[in-house]
Ligand binder design. Structure first.
Ligand code: GDP
Ligand code: MG
Length: 163
């Protein structure tokens, strides 16, 4: 079976944007069909000839903070169970939040390989915002911009090292 890669993180950090970037053209074709949903949770993907399954764990939004936290935990737990490699996405424009730390702690306990993606690093001026994420204890934070499609290749290189 192909390895499974799960994209994990609190809402609004850019998980679905990254998912769409990695899945690429295949998803664009799907979006052209009227009535086909834009958000997909599972897809096949491939990098440098290595196929894998990609999971976007987001999707449910809650107003209540406790419920939200519980939902993120639950998603992360499911991802940990299923995944061979986990991509933890954080928002470089916001910095580390309690929710980021909560998910990071759980992923750390799982002992599964985690690649840390700091999203919304849209230009080189924002690179300084990446360093604080070292303190999450998830290794080297990798700057990406899902919106501008930068850093995605380096991130995928790192992901497939763990296959
Ligand atoms: P999710 O809730 O984690 O799936 O996040 P989404 O992918 O839905 O993105 C949340 C918001 O962040 C949307 O308004 C996106 O357009 C925006 N966003 C995603 N990636 C980037 C990025 O690289 N840079 C900027 N500036 N905004 C982004
Ligand atoms: Mg999403």
């Amino acid at each position: 079976a192909n390895p499974v890669v799960a994209i994990v993180g609190r809402p609004n950090v850019g998980k679905s944007t990254l998912f769409n970037r990695i899945v690429g053209e295949r998803l664009a074709i799907v979006e052209d069909i009227p009535g086909v949903t834009r958000d997909r949770l599972y897809s096949q993907a491939e990098w440098l000839g290595k196929p894998f399954h990609l999971i976007d764990t987001g999707g449910i939004d809650f107003d209540d903070h406790d419920e939200l936290l519980e939902s993120i935990r639950h998603q992360a737990e499911l991802a940990v169970d299923e995944a061979d490699v986990i991509v933890l996405v954080v928002d470089g424009t916001v910095g580390i939040t309690d929710q980021d730390q909560d998910v990071a702690r759980m992923l750390f306990r799982s002992k599964k390989p985690v690649v840390l993606a700091v999203n919304k690093i849209d230009n080189p001026q924002r690179l300084n915002d990446v360093y604080e994420f070292y303190s999450l204890g998830m290794g080297e934070p990798m700057p990406i911009s899902g919106a501008h499609a930068t850093g995605i290749g380096d991130l995928l290189d790192e992901i497939i090292k763990h296959f």
